[in-house]
Design a protein. Structure first.
Length: 258
């Protein structure tokens, strides 16, 4: 009887979620959603678990979030997985995080391929361990022809370094005659950033109650809508993503106008 009750509840919840998704899809969906996945360590600490347990649990949420984003019709989902500052963390924690792409993509890649998801990465590849880079490049290669949701991992990414590098490239192109100073616009400068192939995020989500950007997409988020939640990333549910999209749909984006 108890198992039947649980099955009924799960089926009922699934039906409610499906109805909610269909209702939300009737209004404009953000084309690019970026998420600062924060709170894994605190989630683990609250349960007297090692911090790596939080990162492992958070990996499961990435899967659910990706599938729902794909279902909603979001075109690009950028996940802030590891910043250029995160190397300061304890070595055992960093080593574990660097193993997650191999574990995650090793089990999840067939589902990504089946659902027409394309894997991308932005960040500084030369500092990543070989096994981490190998897993990501394998996923990128095997999904390169998919034309559904782009799952873009920001891994070893830092926005200030990205902007400085872009300025250096602009200066170099000006010195080599490839670009005239008079030709430099915001649009041209954006083409020198790691996100050149993506539109700027429409919606930024940050979990765990922190209200800051933490060196994430400082140029690209200029006119994005922000949605902050106290929920820790391992507890971030499909309902939370739907709530964030609903809030986005109710906002009026004026981009500095009236």
């Amino acid at each position: 009887m108890l198992n039947k009750l649980r099955l009924w509840k799960n089926q009922n919840n699934s039906s409610i979620l499906r109805d909610k998704i269909e209702e939300i899809k009737k209004s404009p969906i953000p084309e690019h959603v970026a998420i600062i996945m924060d709170g894994n360590g605190r989630w683990a600490k609250k349960r007297a678990l090692p911090r790596i347990a939080g990162h492992h649990e958070g990996m499961k949420v990435v899967r659910k979030t990706t599938m729902l984003a794909n279902d909603l019709g979001i075109k690009t989902l950028t996940l802030y997985a590891f910043s250029t500052e995160n190397w300061k963390r304890p070595k055992n924690e960093v080593d574990y995080i660097m193993k997650l792409p191999e574990e995650f993509l090793g089990t999840f890649l067939p589902e990504l391929i089946e659902n027409n998801v394309q894997v991308k990465m932005m960040g500084y590849k030369n500092q990543l361990p070989e096994h981490t880079l190998r897993a990501i490049e394998k996923a990128m290669k095997e999904t390169k022809n998919n034309d559904g949701l782009v799952l873009n991992f920001a891994l070893n990414y830092g926005s200030r370094a990205e902007i400085v590098d872009a300025v250096k490239q602009v200066l170099n192109d000006c010195q080599n005659g490839k670009l005239k100073e008079s030709e430099l616009t915001e649009q041209i400068f954006s083409s020198y950033l790691m996100t050149a192939e993506f539109p700027d995020p429409d919606l930024l989500i940050r979990t765990s109650g922190e209200i800051r950007l933490s060196n994430f997409m400082l140029w690209q988020l200029a006119y994005s809508e922000f949605w902050f939640t106290d929920v820790l990333w391992p507890d971030f549910s499909e309902e939370h993503l739907l709530e964030a999209v609903e809030v986005y749909q109710k906002r009026q984006r004026r981009f500095g106008g009236i």
